[in-house]
Design a protein. Structure first.
Length: 361
């Protein structure tokens, strides 16, 4: 029987060597060399893949720490000990929020004006603090271990599926007007505190927060106090003095409103970013709300994890910077924030093990 190639089939009973196909020595050598080249290229490719993965693993090990802590154990004192290595004269004795009693009789007047102090704003603070509060909810204050997640607004949260993990923390701190509605799978739904300033306030705080969420005003300028006073007391709205029009109607419960102690802005600027407290008006730089939130957590929590921090590479003009909107890094060019300087500060925290990262940085 003939095979399709035209060669004869050899029966098992006979072996006709003359009819068997032969490979001449030169052809065999060529085949061996060809296979050797293929194997060599394959080996080189595998080495390159291994190196790339190994390099990525080293990067991830440095700046990405998946959640592994056991809830039954608490690293009490670890944050304080490591924070003292980074923040000179670190202390937890300062209150997180401004208190009314401090403005009836100011024993130590603030050295700085806003955003690093309250010098010159004492009168309006008396009025504001009489209708707001300063207390931390007892359910948080009494925790033996305060496990905190600071959720940034970065693009890295998109499609991260981090929502369930974020919701497991005792304290979840969010920033500005970043939404949770519609993004729960990636960013979670729990919000213990939301830091904001007038221009970044969500027009409907009840939509994007829990009923008991603390709405923490970060005061950058005196006009911020005037905006809040007008809103809470339903006075004539302040329209000038803002780089962007803040909400004219802001339906918030005054009992949930807090005013952040400017001390933490001072610590962030002076001790993490080495910024002078008094700067020429034309070159003013201020910390972002995100870095400020991390600083706040370092002074209150026993465990600090972050998610959604980090900006795209400066050469990438098209990558969006937030998980919920399409603005790019170009929008930061005119801001008063030095994002590369802040990235170095956060990387230093990661290297010290002071904070841990739930998303890539």
């Amino acid at each position: 029987m003939e095979d399709p190639g035209g060669s004869c089939e050899v029966t098992s009973g006979s072996r006709d060597e003359s009819s068997s196909p032969r490979v001449t020595p030169p052809l065999a050598i060529k085949m061996i060399k060809s296979r050797g080249k293929i194997l060599g290229v394959l080996a080189l490719f595998l080495v390159m893949v291994w190196y790339s993965i190994s390099r990525e693993d080293r990067y991830i090990q440095l700046f990405y720490f998946p959640l592994q802590e056991n809830k039954t154990t608490c690293p009490v004192g670890e944050v304080e000990k490591k924070a003292a290595q980074l923040i000179a004269n670190y202390t937890r004795d300062r209150p997180l929020f401004l208190q009314l009693k401090d403005y009836f009789w100011v024993r130590t007047p603030s050295l700085y004006e806003l955003p690093y102090g309250t010098k010159g704003s004492e009168d309006i603070l008396l009025r504001l603090l009489s209708v707001t509060s300063y207390a931390m909810p007892e359910s948080i204050q009494s925790l033996k271990c305060r496990r905190c997640a600071v959720v940034g607004n970065g693009h890295r949260l998109r499609n991260s599926s981090m929502g369930e993990t974020i919701n497991t923390y005792d304290v979840v701190i969010r920033l500005n007007n970043a939404p949770v509605h519609g993004y729960e799978q990636d960013v979670g739904s729990k919000t213990t505190m939301r830091l904001f300033y007038p221009e970044s306030a969500h027009f409907n705080p009840r939509r994007e927060n829990d009923p008991d969420t603390l709405l923490v005003l970060v005061p950058f300028k005196p006009m911020d106090f005037q905006w809040l006073e007008a809103i809470l007391n339903d006075k004539k709205r302040v329209r000038k003095g803002f780089w962007k029009q803040p909400p004219l109607i802001w339906d918030a419960n005054p009992e949930q409103v807090r005013i952040l102690n400017p001390y933490y802005m001072e610590v962030t600027a002076a001790k993490l970013l080495n910024l002078p407290m008094k700067q020429p008006r034309k070159v003013k730089q201020k910390p972002t709300t995100g870095l400020l939130a991390i600083t706040l957590a370092l002074h209150f929590c026993d465990l600090v994890h972050i998610a959604g921090f980090g900006y795209p590479d400066s050469a990438d003009k098209k990558q969006t910077i937030h998980y919920y909107e399409q603005i790019t890094l170009k929008s930061m060019a005119t801001s008063e924030h030095n994002v590369s300087h802040e990235a170095l500060a956060i990387k230093r925290m990661l290297e010290l093990g002071l904070v841990r990262n739930l998303t890539y940085f």
